[in-house]
Design a protein around this ligand. Sequence first.
Ligand code: SF4
Length: 342
Amino acid sequence: MKYLYPPEYETFRCLANACPDSCCTDWEIVVDAESEAKYRQFPGILGERLQKSMITDADGDTILQGETRRCPFWNTNQLCDIQSEYGAEALCETCRKFPRLTQDYGDFVELDLSVACPEAAKLLLTKTPEQLVLLESTVSAVTVLPAYDTDVMHQLIQDRDRMFTVLKDTDKPAVVQLAQCLRLMMQKEHASSVVTKTFTHESCLSFLQSCSILSNRWASLVKQALHAYTKFFRIDPQLDHEIRAFAFDFLYRHYLRTISDDMALLHVQTAAFSVLTVIVLCSRLHVTTQKKRLEIWQRFVKEMEYDCDNMEELEFLLCTEAEYSGAALAEALEQLGRVDTP
Ligand code: SF4
């Protein structure tokens, strides 16, 4: 079995109580069946607390329910009571795996880290274009017959490699190269290149405001951006690298899903929309430091990619609204590239 992964997958270490936005807050922790059975047998005070806090949510999942928006086992020292008492192996699958992601295609597996984790965001998005590489390893000799059309998958891998090459080419700004990826896909899917409505900051921000929002911090950033004005915004070389790294990681993680959803262009549009949204927020909030920008990338991914309703709504807009068409997004990116060349 072949495994593909970015080098950071192996070097990642959780920041634990030094994390600026822990995964133990704002999210529901879904407990897998095996851990639930184990937790039901835990003795003592921790066992009692666990048994009391496991409830079934509206989707039928067992979750850990606290009185606040934080995991009830995330203590005042910002450490996990379950891990402190029983070790990391006692954690449920959700906590044990995050921010590691696995995409299993049957005969090969792609691994990644989620930008929704601040430490993963820092590792993945602060790379130079030369560092945008994937490692490969073969773990076992087991041969699994793929359940997909191998010719289509081969073509998708080639398309993705082509987009990777475009993104790593620093002859042009990252925004222009991402627009180029969009245009490649538009051509392939015979999508119109005519812009009938332009992408605007206002519509992007009102979409963010209409989404379901997890954290107070994100709500406040979106609100501030809505009431701010756009100052001249320079895409500096660091942000240029972040855009390349984000788009590279996004396409790595999402593009091959086309094998089952047949939405090649939509995946590239989503990457483009995400980049434009982060630029809109940074320009409205007058963000100039990489630390603050990384927070925006990270929180954007945490708010959007982990909420099915938000993602469905975004995909609907990308498929139906002229201002979010491939042509409109490509034009908005190219415009940014004309304004500023790093
Ligand atoms: S978000 Fe990442 S760094 Fe922070 S606590 Fe979770 S896994 Fe650790």
